[in-house]
Design a protein around this ligand. Structure first.
Ligand code: F58
Length: 794
């Protein structure tokens, strides 16, 4: 019989693109739009991924290797085409092919809409991990939700954030393979009864989880894993009787209710209905994924005690933490394993990553809500809690308290390993949120400092610097990033520094062109100072704005002074219900309007805040940045990953001793990092001080003057919420850290003017950032948490 699995002989890329244009899209070359060309290229590239993808699956089966299942509510993957082209090593061929069509392949690739299935760092980390797991040949599946609408599109109206729905699926998404055969029912509500000695849960609402698979190809195209995203569908498509009776809306009710579950990323959960929907989303994708995982396991093994040695399930934060009780339910209620063994077996499979210590971000669900949506799970949580209490009678922790289910402690107790995402964060986890659990289980908490994939954040985002690095140290650094250390001696080579500088300048010119197109003119000869991340009080964009105002005021006092010209670039979205963060956005824009219009200073200082910051914009901003703002209140930023991308691309950091900044500073060298601000323990102590904000303002006339300018209406609105906050309770210590931030900022100004010295520091940042590759992070998870082995093919 013919070997149907043999690879189809590869045609050249040009013919493949033309074939797809014609036969997949039904377009002829003469009338094709950029989007048509991009889709055709995507199909042609996807074809090249399928064989390595199949081969990876075959190899995993053949070796009976342990599989990793990464459960995450978010995968902020952005664009996929360029990643795939770069990883397959087809960039040059794609470039030539499109030159032949009279098109620039980068423009074609940039036509792809971002898949914005995430909010920020947590979701982007999941995307970097997927790529690294494929690069390393770690057999893995990402499991999540295929939101119809990803993170909202941000616009500004009168300087205020306005949100519009995001619509990435309005056009054909070439990367996906629909799996109509992979459908899994998921239930909610109903009741639990005892039947023949077993507890049986009969839900009163059911939806169908339907799978869509996206292959994720690793570096050099050697291995591909699967991202499986679930969509919610109704059990019965349509109520024909109601339709025929003229009740058209009623006829579609079940469908609407079901589809709502996968409609939008993180719906506002300030209302009861919103909370219910969020919990439904969490259970929906977790339950479907677990069934899928067990189905796969059953096809290969018939002994459930093997589960922990064959299956590693990683919970990306507590959003999938219901996996603990659900897996226990599947093993105990459905497969008849006794309860203590079911708990033990589930724990052997599960790992939990914590991403925040902020008390308001630690998930809790009221027992009432949990009991009404997941009655059996609530019972099991009580049993799990009781079993833990019995084993540790002197404990003071509880998964159930004040009428709530506490998902952090639940995830902790159901996981064999719990990890933080930077050294400092992991230590703080041990001392604060999980202090008691850590005392009882001192082996459980481990650290895995975050990382970023160098394929996207260097090879693809910064082709100029990548070429220079390859020229300097040869190929092979993109999947062995610590080889960047070989660049260190070049930090002393004037010729190399000049080339490094020319590359930064070219990237700045590109960015300036992009910003000009958004009506944000900036001068590429000024320092590009960038703060891009979600807008949050603890990230302190308002500290940066206050410093901007104070600097502007001093420049106005002495416009002919010897100033370092700066462009302050901001990017980021605020959660739609987060009023204070939206005020910060408004303030940045209002201050920008006034400063940018000031003829006395606008050749020295400008503010640029492009709307709708997303992964693709980050890919343009980071290679052009010279200064990276990482100024969170110490103890609040779990890790940060943007901070790593900047350092890797040769930006210097001004930052606090928070999250992974600590490790960045240790690695790049204290002399190549602008440190300021209180430490995490000083922050705690300062908060206890009576009137600390007032004292700080009285001691710093610059800060007092900047606040006065805001209060007096210099920027239109008076922004009382902000001025009152930073001069009152000032929980995030904006006022108390201001003076030191100002000092460090002026040191930055002075340092930047010595170009050779600055470039030397920048090169050292790049050369010493190799450790921040997500390949290193994933190796750590494989070794310390998953006990999984890398496989390889060919
Ligand atoms: C982030 N968390 C941390 N959460 O803030 C950051 O320090 C860390 O580097 C990153 O995770 C990766 O470990 C984060 O992004 C969210 O986006 C929440 C998701 C659920 C809704 C509320 C925001």
């Amino acid at each position: 019989m013919k070997d149907l699995t043999a690879a189809i002989p590869a045609t050249d890329l040009r013919s493949a693109v033309l074939q797809h244009l014609k036969y997949s899209l039904g377009k002829d070359a003469e009338h094709a739009t950029i989007t048509d060309w991009r889709q055709a290229l995507s199909f042609a590239i996807r074809d090249r991924i399928v064989d390595p993808w199949f081969a990876s699956t075959r190899e995993t089966y053949a070796r009976q290797g342990k599989r990793v299942f990464y459960l995450s509510m978010e995968f902020l993957i952005g664009r996929l085409l360029e990643d795939a082209v770069v990883n397959l090593g087809l960039l040059d061929e794609a470039h030539e092919t499109f030159e032949g069509f009279g098109l620039d392949v980068r423009t074609v690739m940039a036509d792809e809409p971002d898949a914005a299935l995430g909010n920020g760092g947590l979701g982007r980390l999941a995307a970097c991990f997927l790529e690294s797991m494929s690069t390393l040949g770690c057999p893995a599946y990402g499991y999540g939700i295929r939101y119809e609408h990803g993170l909202f599109r941000q616009g500004f109206r009168d300087g205020r954030q306005v949100e519009a729905p995001e619509d990435w699926l309005s056009e054909l998404h070439a990367w996906e393979f629909e799996r109509p055969e992979a459908t899994i029912p998921v239930g909610f509500g109903g009741e639990v009864r005892e039947l023949g000695g077993r507890m049986v849960w009969t839900p009163d609402e059911r939806v169908i989880a339907q799978a869509t698979d996206t292959p994720i190809i690793g570096w050099h195209g050697k291995w591909a894993n699967t991202l499986r995203l679930w969509s919610a569908r109704p059990e019965t498509v349509f109520d024909l009787d109601r339709f025929n009776a003229g009740d058209y809306f009623g006829a579609a009710e079940a469908e609407n209710t079901a589809r709502t579950i996968s409609r939008v990323l993180y719906p506002d959960d300030t209302t009861e209905e919103g909370k219910r929907l969020r919990l439904k989303q969490e259970f929906f994708f977790t339950a479907a994924s677990l069934r899928d995982i067990l189905r796969r396991f059953d096809t290969e093994y018939d002994d459930l005690s093997l589960l922990p040695s064959k299956v590693a399930i990683q919970l990306n934060d507590t959003h999938p933490a219901i996996a603990g009780p659900e897996l226990v339910r599947l093993l105990h209620d459905e497969r008849g394993m006794d309860l203590p063994r079911a708990i033990e077996t589930a724990r052997g499979c599960l790992g939990y990553t914590n991403h925040t210590l902020l008390p308001e971000a630690l998930e809790r669900w009221s027992e009432g809500l949990m009991g009404s949506l997941l009655p059996r799970h609530l019972q099991l949580i009580e049993r799990i809690d009781a079993a833990h209490a019995e084993a540790h009678p002197d404990r003071r922790v509880t998964m159930l308290g004040d009428g709530d289910v506490h998902m952090g402690p639940l995830a902790f107790s159901m996981a064999h390993k719990v990890n933080g995402v930077s050294g400092l964060h992991t230590e703080l986890m041990k001392e604060t949120v999980f202090a008691e659990l850590h005392r009882l289980h001192p082996e459980r908490i481990v650290n895995q400092t975050n990382g970023v994939t160098p394929r996207r954040w260097m090879v693809s985002a910064n082709p100029r610097l990548s070429a220079l690095i390859t020229e300097a140290i040869g190929i092979g650094w993109a999947d062995d990033l610590e080889r960047l250390a070989e660049l260190e001696p070049m930090a002393e080579d004037a010729g190399f520094l000049e080339r490094f500088d020319a590359i930064k300048r070219a990237n700045k010119v590109d960015l300036a062109g992009n910003l000009a197109g958004r009506d944000l003119p900036v001068d590429p000869d000024a320092m590009f100072d960038v703060q891009i991340k979600r807008i949050h009080e603890y990230k302190r964009q308002h500290l940066n704005v206050l410093e901007t105002i104070a600097l502007w005021q001093e420049m106005r006092d002495d416009p002919t002074g010897d100033w370092t010209p700066r462009v302050k670039i901001f990017g980021g979205k605020a959660a739609p219900g987060y009023v204070f963060a939206k005020e910060i956005i408004h303030l940045i824009n209002a201050v920008g309007d006034v400063i940018n219009a000031d003829p006395a200073t606008n050749h020295l200082l400008r503010v640029a805040y492009p709307a709708n910051y997303n992964v693709s914009l980050a890919e343009r901003l980071i290679p052009a940045a010279e200064l990276s703002q990482q100024i969170s209140t110490a103890g609040k930023e779990a890790s940060g990953t943007g901070n790593m991308k900047f350092a890797l691309n040769g930006a210097l950091t001004i930052g606090t001793l928070d999250g992974a900044n600590v490790e960045i500073r240790e690695l790049v060298g204290a002399e190549n990092f602008f440190l300021f601000g209180m430490t995490a323990s000083e922050v705690v102590a300062r908060r206890e001080m009576h009137d600390h904000a007032r004292a700080a303002i009285e001691a710093d006339p610059r800060l007092a003057r900047a606040l006065d300018a805001i209060r007096s209406g210099t920027f239109g609105d008076r922004f009382e919420a902000i001025t009152e906050n930073v001069s009152g309770q000032d929980y995030f210590l904006v006022s108390s850290d201001f003076s030191d931030y100002w000092r460090a900022s002026r040191e930055v100004d002075a340092a930047w003017r010595d170009r050779a010295a600055w470039n030397r520091m920048a090169v050292l940042n790049t050369a010493r950032s190799g450790w921040f590759s997500s390949d290193r992070t994933i190796r750590g998870y494989m070794r310390d948490i998953w006990n999984a082995e890398a496989l390889s093919i060919g």
